[in-house]
Design a protein around this ligand. Structure first.
Ligand SMILES: NC(=O)c1ccc[n+]([C@@H]2O[C@H](COP(=O)([O-])OP(=O)(O)OC[C@H]3O[C@@H](n4cnc5c(N)ncnc54)[C@H](O)[C@@H]3O)[C@@H](O)[C@H]2O)c1
Length: 261
């Protein structure tokens, strides 16, 4: 089961698990898109509307998955949403960027990006078989200061911590818990981020969002270029496989070398 997978990285992760011969359940808050994406993924995929930040919702989704596929071996905690800067942005052309982050926005960032991993794991763990696997999608924002999205970075650092804690707690059942920190991928998350950049940096006004993204990626990635959702999916499949049977509590950045600079 992959949370937040109606679009973006989650779809790439789903494709990689399907290619590896698994059946896949994708969940999302987006009621319109989730059945469309599930249909595109084919007959071994099911789409469910569920809130990854709600145990009640995820317990219900888990029951639906087990009803259809008889078991649930792997949970990928992928749902997440970026947020604003802490302090008001200078030269801001948009009201939200001019305000900076409120208490409510901070709490939302923790809910969207950390509680999602906690609540979904808490809901699914009782149904995972011994030897199952949990994979948390954090971010390179978890690995160092994140001035562009500080609430998001703090929440994702919490996801890294949760990964290590659950790895120890679930080790007696041989359930392995690992984490992936993606770098930069052209998904809706970056469409929002480039919009935010355009609102606060007038010199970007004449560039398309994709051009802004490419110029950011070019300057920051030692291996050159952006990552793809399948780059994240390939490591997810490895983590879930028996080849990783002795790997738990680990955090790997799939970022073209950004985080080692
Ligand atoms: N795109 C990047 O460059 C990048 C980099 C690092 C980490 N990430 C992380 O990868 C994950 C996927 O990001 P993406 O770029 O595909 O984002 P996206 O916005 O393209 O897709 C995220 C999906 O999650 C869904 N979602 C959000 N909150 C949810 C909730 N509570 N319950 C269920 N569904 C929910 C949204 O409806 C959306 O369909 C996120 O955790 C994100 O923080 C992305």
């Amino acid at each position: 089961m992959i949370t937040g997978a109606a679009r973006g990285i989650g779809v790439g992760i789903a494709r990689c698990f399907l290619d590896a011969g698994a059946s896949v359940a994708i969940t999302d808050l987006d009621e319109e898109l989730i059945p469309v994406t599930a249909a595109e993924l084919g007959e071994n995929a099911m789409g469910l509307v569920a809130d990854a930040a709600s145990q009640v919702s995820m317990v219900k989704a888990t029951a639906q998955v087990i009803d259809r596929f008889s078991r649930l071996d792997v949970l990928v905690n992928n749902a997440g949403v970026g947020g604003p800067k802490i302090t008001p942005a200078e030269n801001s052309a948009s009201d939200s960027a001019a305000l900076g982050m409120s208490d409510e926005m901070w709490d939302q960032q923790l809910m969207f990006n950390l509680r999602t991993a906690f609540s979904s794991s808490r809901a699914v763990i009782p149904s995972l078989p011994d030897g199952g696997s949990i994979i948390n999608i954090a971010s390179i924002a978890a690995l160092g200061p994140s001035t562009a999205m500080p609430g998001y970075g703090a929440a994702k650092a919490g996801v890294v911590h949760l990964t290590k804690t659950l790895a120890i707690e679930l080790a007696p059942r041989r359930i392995r818990v690992n984490c992936i920190c993606p770098g930069v991928l052209w998904t809706r998350a970056w469409e929002f981020l480039t919009l935010q950049m355009q609102a606060t940096q007038p010199e970007l006004a004449n560039m398309t969002q994709r051009q802004i993204f490419e110029s950011v990626v070019e300057g920051m990635t030692p291996l050159g270029g952006e990552q793809t959702p399948e780059d994240i999916g390939d490591l997810s499949v490895f983590y879930a496989s028996d080849k990783a049977r002795m790997i738990t509590g680990q955090v790997v950045a799939v970022d073209g070398g950004i985080s080692v600079q």
